[in-house]
Ligand binder design. Structure first.
Ligand SMILES: [Zn+2]
Length: 388
């Protein structure tokens, strides 16, 4: 890059680059030549990376505006303990983050499911609440890659509809198609508790008692592959994942975790999170299917550490199999849980700040694009290809 073109590329202030990037609808992929302007400031380089990348958070808890976040959650703060939640909609939070889309998850087994049928009813009413947001035009729901490309090109805050725990199925395979028709394109089979009627497989937090993936769990994976729903094996035991490897016809993902060699600095937190982390062998099974592992923000106290955790995962399975699954609450009343406030001092929006830090830590623009969404899009595109 000669000095003439260098002059033509202003070094933007952080605020300016965020504004520019938020409105940018640039080309999907920028080649290294366009991105390697010698001497260009990090902010300007970051802006270019952001404008060229589809940013996806593979695991986020999102609540429709007007509903109470964590209606089931014991840890919800008392109103007098914390300042009231800011009046932000999902759309504004996604815009602020710089993400193109978040995989919007409803945690099935935290909701009060007292009898068979309750879980299905809860999920359907949550989908209806999201439908109401769609009707207001606040957000969009991506059903395929064309939708994600449009979301990126036109800066339309978008969600990929997902659920944490497939407890709504309860032995009824046809319920998967029912929610597919309602826009669900990403299904995390397991969470903490077993399905009340027909468990799908052992989790990584409870003692193994099902022999890994159950026969019905295998049917669920096949049905997801048939319909075009991304299979997510977060919270699954190693045996369960090995079972999935035998039956899956498409790549699968583990949307939120980190390597068990990444301990963080707080031994107490590590002890708690340890069962939910995965070893290299487990990670390699996911990569073997062509899948992606989303690195979460847990066990990291800063943006710098988070990127360190991403690096550790990339070293273990290769850059083509790493994504981001923040496991935060995009819209949350709990201070410090909102994605855009994942760590103290995060002011420029989650996705933008992560891109900047990755550049600082030596990732190339191409690698950043893969981790921040490209790898997830590869799987999403393959699974949903040709389907509406
Ligand atoms: Zn989880």
């Amino acid at each position: 890059m000669n000095s003439m073109s260098k002059k033509q590329l202003p070094i933007l202030s952080r605020r300016e680059f965020l504004t520019t990037a938020a409105g940018a609808g640039g080309a999907m992929l920028l080649g290294p030549a366009e991105l390697n302007a010698a001497g260009e400031g990090v902010d300007a380089r970051t802006a270019r990376v952001i404008s060229g990348a589809i940013g996806i958070d593979m695991h986020n808890h999102v609540y429709p505006a007007g509903t109470e976040p964590h209606p089931w959650h014991d840890q919800a703060p008392r109103k007098d303990e914390q300042p009231p939640a800011p009046e932000l909609s999902i759309a504004e939070e996604i815009k602020e983050s710089g993400l193109t889309a978040a995989c919007a998850s409803f945690v099935m087994d935290f909701a009060p499911n007292k009898k068979p049928g309750d879980a299905r009813d809860n999920l359907l009413s949550w989908l209806s609440a999201i439908d109401a947001e769609l009707e207001k035009g606040h957000i969009r729901r991506a059903l395929n890659m064309n939708d994600l490309r449009a979301a990126h090109a036109h800066s339309q805050p978008t969600i990929v509809q997902t659920v944490e725990g497939a407890h709504f199925i309860e032995g009824h395979l046809d319920r998967i198609e029912e929610v597919y028709k309602r826009g669900l394109r990403h299904l995390q089979l397991l969470h903490d508790k077993d399905d009340m009627v027909a468990p799908l497989g052992d989790t990584n937090t409870n003692p193994a008692h099902l022999g890994g993936l159950t026969a019905f769990g295998a049917e669920v994976i096949k049905e997801c592959n048939r319909l075009g729903i991304v299979v997510d094996l977060a919270h699954a035991s190693h045996e369960t994942v090995l079972g999935a490897l035998k039956v899956a016809k498409h790549p699968f993902i583990v949307s939120h975790t980190s390597l068990d060699s990444w301990t963080g600095k707080n031994p107490k937190t590590f002890e708690m999170m340890k069962p939910r982390l995965i070893g290299r062998e487990h990670a390699k099974v996911v990569a073997e299917t062509g899948g992606v592992i989303g690195v979460w923000t847990h066990l990291t106290d800063s943006l710098k550490e988070f990127v360190g955790s991403i690096k550790a995962m990339a070293d273990a399975v290769g850059i083509d199999h790493v994504g981001i699954g923040s496991d935060t609450d995009l819209l949350s009343v709990r201070v410090g849980q909102g994605t855009n406030k994942a760590w103290p001092g995060l002011t420029g929006g989650f996705f933008n700040e992560v891109a900047g830090e990755m550049l600082l830590q030596g990732f190339t623009p191409g690698e950043i694009g893969k981790v921040e969404g490209g790898n997830f899009c590869r799987v999403f595109g393959k699974v949903t290809d040709g389907r509406g």
